[in-house]
Design a protein around this ligand. Structure first.
Ligand code: DON
Length: 319
């Protein structure tokens, strides 16, 4: 008789099993309907909603891909994770906890109310308010030097220098009044750590990086591999910071629907309104999906479906 504690055996994370789960997830949801492109940033509204790609990057540097994995789209909020990594390197993990914050908001990613409700901190690094404050927390003597630091760490995470999509950057700059208002509100509470207009601009520029699904998988793979890029083997961040960054993702990676996400996947994830989504299985692998139509919280619909399918198929749930 089996023990009451017996667990279902997990399939091995062999190349064949990973490829099979990825290809099945691709086929299964290729024609899934539901969701819509982000429309509050004009550039994003015009991206082909049918684009769809999945990439897996293992912690030992193998990369598997299917679908539209070369198309460069706006990284958007997924950039928040990697600017957080930089700010944590500069200030230490305790300063992030004390000055930015690590609690879920349970509110939309651009909530003003969330700022009002957490008076002692700048909310958390993965919503717009806290992400702009986190950007302002990066240490550099001037704007050029700060952008160079951001650009360097993104290049190390991705294994290549990432382009900024200029049209997206312009589109977003012309329409970011709400973010500017949030940033000035934080400033009025003493929760901004550098020039406000400069920091909002650099936040907007980082959101406008063009990444393909493979870039995101390698960037997330670096978090799965203790801060070492699994493809280039370069050490990108202090390994002590990975669990802290992943904890933030587990808490707030999909905004007000993070609870639903964790309930199904048990994994730290992060989405962006460009249609990208990443999920990290520490020590094992990372998954990145690109599919533009979003749910109401701003998360890729197909991206969530594909990751959930692969998590079940491969037994990746950490919980
Ligand atoms: O600041 C914004 O609103 C966008 N640049 C990024 C928002 C975002 O990606 C939220 N994501 N799901």
């Amino acid at each position: 008789a089996g023990s009451l504690m017996a667990q279902k055996a997990k399939p091995g994370l062999t190349e064949a099993n990973i490829r099979a789960a990825m290809n099945e997830a691709y086929d299964k949801f290729k024609n899934a309907s539901g969701g819509a492109n982000a429309n509050y940033i004009p550039y994003l509204a015009d991206v082909d909603p049918k684009l769809y790609g999945i990439v897996v990057c293992t912690a030992d540097g193998k990369v598997f891909e299917v679908g539209d994995t070369k198309y460069e789209f706006g990284i958007e909020s997924i950039s928040k994770v990697f600017v957080l990594a930089l700010a944590m390197q500069d200030n230490g993990q305790k300063a992030i906890e004390d000055s930015i914050g690590v609690n879920a908001t349970g509110m939309p990613f651009n909530s003003v109310l969330a700022v009002e409700l957490e008076p002692a901190r700048a909310v958390n690094p993965l919503v717009n308010a806290g992400a702009m404050a986190t950007n302002s927390f990066v240490k550099a003597p001037n704007k050029t030097a700060k952008w160079a630091k951001i650009d360097d760490i993104f290049a190390k995470f991705a294994g290549r220098r990432l382009p900024v999509i200029d049209k997206l950057y312009q589109s977003e700059t012309a329409t970011n009044q709400h973010n500017r208002a949030i940033a000035w509100l934080l400033y009025s509470y003493g929760r901004f750590y550098d020039d406000v207009d400069m920091s909002v601009d650099l936040y907007t520029k980082a959101c406008s990086y063009g990444t393909n699904a493979k870039d995101l998988a390698v960037m997330a793979g670096t978090l799965a591999n203790n801060g070492i890029n699994p493809v280039t083997k370069e050490k990108v961040i202090n390994p002590d910071f990975c669990p802290k960054i992943l904890a933030n993702m587990m808490t707030e990676g999909l905004y007000d629907s993070t609870g639903d996400w964790v309930y199904h996947t048990g994994l730290p994830g992060k989405s962006g309104v460009g249609g990208g989504i990443i999920a990290v299985v520490p020590g094992k692998l990372a998954i990145a999906v690109f599919a533009p139509p979003l749910d109401k919280a701003g998360n890729s619909v197909k991206g969530q479906l594909a990751v959930k399918y692969m998590v079940d198929k491969l037994g990746l749930n950490l919980l």
